[in-house]
Write a protein that binds this ligand. Structure first.
Ligand code: SAH
Ligand code: SF4
Length: 364
């Protein structure tokens, strides 16, 4: 059976090559061809001896997940849908901004943690993505977004905020992270790669020790009673433990703060009193707070907090000296906004009447 080389980071590839009697620098060359230059055909790897290329063709391949649709939003956000087999699909979103290009990557098909406001959670857990499927989203996006400019990387930042809980798929996520950080692959700095977690405390510790990158923690509630309801994993790892884990993580982190994400749900978690409670909770953690206006999805039980409420909530936090940002809603015309990713092949909201360009359809 052929091995998929996208499943290996530098160390893994070196070990694989060693098993076949090949030197580590050969593995490095191949890694560069695959990830830095985006090649999947061994014949293009011109500095590799012909005999090795033939050997590679016989035992290995480079197989990313296939793109089944590619949509462009009015605001430039682009959403890719990837087929990961067995009727599962996952989504990847590219968000261009003036000074950066952020790719939001999925780590699981579905999610088992069942947060009450999340479309991915509502679909249940299907399975963990493989390393090839996680890094393959970046590999494919780089190719699809390519400008033709030499050495230009379009994706400057990666956030693991797509479908799934990255820390519940720990091994594959960390291997993919290593590739993102590797100078022979994507060469992203640790500060520009962010893992978002709903708060799996033991895995946060492991991430800090094994592969520290920027950390975002999905808080969404200022006390255990409400968080137990919104983010059920809180029943296992309550806020006291989570705050302590954030402080432990900061000893390793490439940034000196944790970002707390807080989805703004009308009448649920958006009162002034809850902003004060949030200040109290986070007082001992060096943090920034990112307010996310709730993005509705079919059948969701919540409404987005009105704009003045979000402004007021942010004001309370900022007046206390906490850096607070409100996430711009991007790509919602193509269901690409936070929490709307469901990986469905069909356009479930039938918003196609809006100006959606399905590039896949156009180019096919
Ligand atoms: N499982 C991880 C990462 C994926 S979710 C986590 O929970 O952190 C990425 C972010 O989107 C999280 O902060 C999540 O809480 C938020 N989110 C989920 N559903 C949302 C919705 N409907 N509207 C706005 N944000 C949402
Ligand atoms: Fe899973 Fe994150 Fe959605 Fe919760 S918010 S169900 S952890 S993807």
């Amino acid at each position: 059976m052929s091995v998929n080389l996208l499943d290996y980071d530098a160390a893994g590839l070196a070990a694989l090559f060693a098993e076949h009697g090949e030197k580590p620098f050969r593995a490095r060359q191949v890694l560069r061809w695959i990830h830095r230059f985006g090649r999947s055909d061994f014949d293009a790897m011109s500095d590799i001896a012909k005999s090795l290329r033939e050997k590679l063709k016989a035992v290995a391949s480079v197989i990313p997940p296939t793109i089944v649709s590619d949509k462009l939003s009015d605001d430039g956000t682009r959403k890719f849908l990837f087929d990961v087999g067995g009727g599962n699909a996952v989504e990847t979103v590219f968000i261009p901004e003036d000074d950066r290009g952020t790719l939001c990557i999925s780590t699981q098909a579905g999610c088992a943690l069942d947060c009450s406001f999340c479309s991915t959670g509502k679909q249940g857990f299907n399975r963990n993505l493989t390393v090839a499927e996680i890094i393959g989203q970046l590999w494919q996006a780089e190719r699809a977004l390519e400008t033709g400019l030499k050495d230009e990387r379009i994706v400057s930042n990666v956030v693991l905020m797509g479908m799934g809980e990255p820390l519940a798929n720990f091994e594959s996520t960390v291997t993919a992270l290593r590739l993102m950080l590797d100078d022979n692959a994507y060469g992203l700095s640790r500060r520009r790669v962010t893992v978002s977690t709903s708060g799996l405390v033991p895995a946060m510790d492991r991430l800090g020790e094994e592969c520290p990158v920027a950390l975002a923690v999905s808080l969404h509630a200022p006390n255990d009673r409400l968080r137990n309801e919104l983010v059920p994993i809180n029943q296992k790892y309550p806020l006291g433990e989570l705050m302590a884990a954030c402080n432990r993580y900061l000893q390793y982190a490439p940034r000196d703060f944790v970002t707390f994400e807080y989805v703004m749900l009308d009448g649920v978690n958006d009162a002034d009193s809850q902003a004060y409670e949030l200040l109290d909770l986070t007082r001992k953690v060096s943090c920034k707070i990112n307010l996310i206006p709730f993005n509705p999805f079919p059948g969701s039980p919540y409404r987005r907090s009105p704009a003045y409420r979000i402004r007021r909530f942010a004001e309370v936090l900022m007046n206390a000296g906490v850096v607070t940002t409100t996430r711009k809603t991007r790509g919602d015309d193509i269901d690409a906004a936070c929490g709307q990713l469901a990986g469905q092949v069909l356009d479930r909201t039938r918003r196609s009447a809006r100006r959606i360009i399905d590039l896949h359809e156009v180019t096919r």
